[in-house]
Design a protein around this ligand. Structure first.
Ligand code: M6R
Length: 366
């Protein structure tokens, strides 16, 4: 049941310290700084040897795939393509014997993702799954995989499944990099310790839910929203926009912040709320200038910033602080306040948060 929360979605948002920890449990051992992915035992060698990985997914799982792309490329120096399963399956995709295709799916039942895998398998690919539902169709058809242990997700809007997917993709990327020797021992340790510290940091963000609610309240009647981020926070921006659309029915778009000046900046006026994911990472200075561009056009800016940032709070209308972490782990932190913003806005608009109109929890038709 809802365990005292008003909606499953809120319960699931608040479960994330645990669901993220559960997705690492038994896999990371900090005592000897090691990482074991039992599900990939026979395949890690092949993943480490491949020169190309294709990720197929839909919706939120596709956003997790984009995070995976950055991680695999950065850590394991391997070329990654992230495909909408529905597009991939109807092209004549170039897949050769032994290619690695990874499907990401909470339900493990999404029709397009399943069909994309069947196609890849028929061309001789090694197909792997990152699924939440044990024994689901995708989990069964794949050669191997790593389960996300998020527990049942009831709310149609995916929240804890997303962070669990990102956790598992981080583990696979780190394990691959370690095997290949493309990651230093220091970074390897830093990431493992960094991952272990994520649940407590998520907990800390959840403690600021009331503040996030107060800010969200002011945007209840907005008719549009833009979400901007760079690097690993770009997929987080896409996910923030999808969440808001699904449950509040507000039109929202996510963009890489630097793409603004190629078109979307024309939308900015005093009625346009813009959420910037502006943490202190290696694109900080760039995002600061993107914020200036929006403020110069009177956009209303909510910025997700790193604790202790003193510059951005002076430039924007509202700030939400998040704890510091390794840059590569940021999506696990920055996605949390965006989930809460969507949730509170949808509730204040009187929407059916757990079962938004026109949507099903698992899309088993194409
Ligand atoms: O079960 P799956 O992860 O395969 O589902 C994919 C999408 O249908 C799903 O993520 C959808 O976009 C959610 N409603 C997002 O909140």
């Amino acid at each position: 049941e809802k365990g005292g929360y008003d909606h499953f979605m809120l319960k699931e948002i608040f479960e994330q310290p645990r669901s993220i920890a559960d997705s690492m449990r038994g896999r990371i051992n900090l005592e000897n700084a090691s990482l074991q992915l039992g599900g990939l035992r026979d395949y890690l060698d092949k993943i480490a040897k491949t020169d190309r990985i294709v990720i197929v997914a839909c919706g939120t799982s596709w956003h997790a795939g984009l995070v995976g792309e950055y991680l695999f490329e950065e850590l394991a120096r391997v070329n990654v393509e992230v495909e909408y399963a529905s597009e991939f399956r109807y092209r004549n995709p170039i897949i050769k014997e032994g290619d690695i295709v990874i499907a990401i799916s909470q339900s493990g039942e999404t029709a397009d993702t399943m069909a994309a895998l069947e196609l890849a398998k028929s061309k001789g690919a090694i197909i792997l799954g990152v699924c939440n539902v044990v024994g689901s169709s995708i989990a069964r058809i794949t050669h191997a995989g790593v389960y996300t242990h998020a527990g049942p997700e009831i709310g149609v809007a995916s929240t804890k499944a997303f962070t669990a997917q990102v956790t598992v993709l981080s583990l696979i990327a780190i394990a691959t990099a370690h095997k290949k020797g493309t990651i230093s021992q220091d970074l390897y340790r830093e990431l493992l310790f960094g991952l272990e510290a994520i649940p407590a940091k998520v907990e800390k963000i959840l403690k600021s839910a009331d503040k996030i609610k107060d800010i969200s309240k002011l945007f209840t009647f907005a008719s549009n929203f833009i979400f901007l981020g760079r690097g690993l926070n770009f997929p987080v921006a896409l996910e923030g926009a999808l969440k808001l659309k699904e449950i509040s029915y507000i039109h929202a778009e996510g963009y890489p912040a630097a793409e603004m000046k190629h078109g979307p900046i024309a939308l900015i006026d005093e009625d346009m709320p813009v959420v910037f994911i502006a943490t202190k990472d290696n694109s900080y200075e760039k995002i600061v200038s993107n914020i200036q561009e929006v403020k110069a056009r009177k956009g209303r800016v909510i910025a997700i910033v790193t604790e202790g940032d003193t510059l951005i709070p002076k430039m924007v209308d509202f700030v939400i602080e998040v704890p510091r972490t390794n840059d590569l782990l940021l999506p696990l932190i920055t996605s949390i306040p965006l989930q809460l913003i969507s949730y509170y806005i949808a509730v204040m608009r009187g929407r059916n948060v757990d079962q938004p109109r026109n949507l099903a929890k698992s899309v088993t038709v194409e």
